[in-house]
Design a protein around this ligand. Structure first.
Ligand code: ATP
Ligand code: MG
Length: 325
């Protein structure tokens, strides 16, 4: 595993932030207050035009707030030089925005070059990052973006955003263009990466399932750039603040909650039936367990550990109770 130097993650605070674009009567972001704790992933979720991208772009001053304040690690962004600020923030935009005429290695090296790192250090860093996102430099470094798949390009986008080891990452629908299977894979990779590098991440999404999976907390925006609810996925799914949020998270919010718990987290009962129960790995979610019971017409699954050892049995009732907790 590649060793990753880690700058301290920093808390991000939106303090009554307003953004009204010139020529517009109504704000794109209206009185936004929320705190993203250091090292967490905050997902901004909401319908098109609800101000998610605008909220994100104010953090690195690609859009200037017209009211309120944003603080990163306790410092107001208005006191920081915009160029310096942007260098301390990794920014991943939809479609990755790679430079088509630069090789993959040179794309990743962009910010370190601007920062004037020496060649050896840049080369090492590029090698380390491409390894980290599963694209070894020997095989991929000299290719151009057009010679990669969409998912690979997005991984390069993430590597590039991480290059100067920024404490903060802004990601605007970074996986939006991917097919569902690649998307799930890249999401898993990013979560595994985040476990190791613990940046403070603001992540924009349209997709409630992605938000529930990726977010430590989710901010739901409504039309007019207003914050409808800011909570952990569990609370959001259990207690939507109002009808708008309930509609947005979907009528199957009970099922979505089952994705937040794994079989390994249950107190398993000893296996009673000698045969006939379907097997499921302990890292499967309660939703997968329920789905398997429905598909197989059983009211329990047998839970196996990674080596195939039987750990016990999870009943429909146990799944339902744990899901309701
Ligand atoms: N540069 C701009 N000038 C004027 N109005 C803008 C500008 N950028 C965005 N807006 C307006 O601000 C509002 C919020 O836009 P924003 O891009 O933040 O929404 P979003 O939530 O990211 O939407 P989407 O999900 O479609 O990407 C919209 O009404 C949009 O038309
Ligand atoms: Mg947007």
């Amino acid at each position: 595993m590649t060793q990753q130097s880690t700058a301290d993650a920093r808390e991000i605070v939106f303090d009554h932030v307003v953004k009204t674009y010139p020529g517009s009567d109504t704000p794109a972001v209206d009185d936004l207050s929320l705190t993203v704790p250091a090292g967490e992933i905050c997902v901004l979720l909401g319908p098109s035009g609800s101000g998610k991208t605008t909220a994100l772009m104010m953090v690195n001053r690609l859009a200037e707030p017209t009211g309120g304040d944003i603080r990163i690690g306790g410092k107001s962004i208005t006191d920081l030089d915009p160029i310096e600020l942007r260098r301390s923030i990794g920014y991943v935009i939809q479609q990755t925005g790679l430079f088509p005429h630069l090789s993959i290695a040179d794309n990743v090296a962009t910010v370190p070059k601007v920062l004037g790192w020496d060649k050896k250090r840049i080369k090492e860093r590029v090698g380390e990052l491409l390894e980290l996102v599963g694209l070894p430099v020997g095989e991929y470094g000299r290719r151009y973006p057009s010679q990669l798949s969409g998912g690979q390009r997005q991984r390069v986008g993430i590597a590039r955003a991480l290059a100067a080891d920024p404490p903060v990452m802004l990601m605007d629908e970074p996986f939006g263009a991917l097919d569902p299977i690649t998307r799930e894979h890249v999401q898993d990779e990013f979560l595994a990466l985040h476990e190791r590098i613990r940046k403070t991440v603001i992540f924009v999404s349209h997709d409630i399932d992605e938000a529930v999976k990726m977010g430590d907390r989710i901010a739901i925006f409504r039309e007019g750039g207003r914050l409808a609810q800011y909570d952990t996925p569990r609370t959001l799914l259990k207690q939507p603040a109002d009808a708008f949020v309930a509609r947005f998270v979907g009528a199957d919010r009970g099922l979505k909650r089952l994705t937040l718990t794994r079989l390994a987290d249950l107190d398993l009962a000893p296996v009673t039936a000698a045969e006939g129960l379907p097997d499921l790995a302990s890292d499967a979610t309660l939703r997968s367990a329920l789905s398997l019971m429905v598909a197989e017409g059983t009211d329990a699954v047998r839970v196996l550990d990674a080596s195939g050892e039987v750990l016990g049995e999870a009943s429909l009732d146990a799944v339902r109770k744990a899901g309701a907790a």
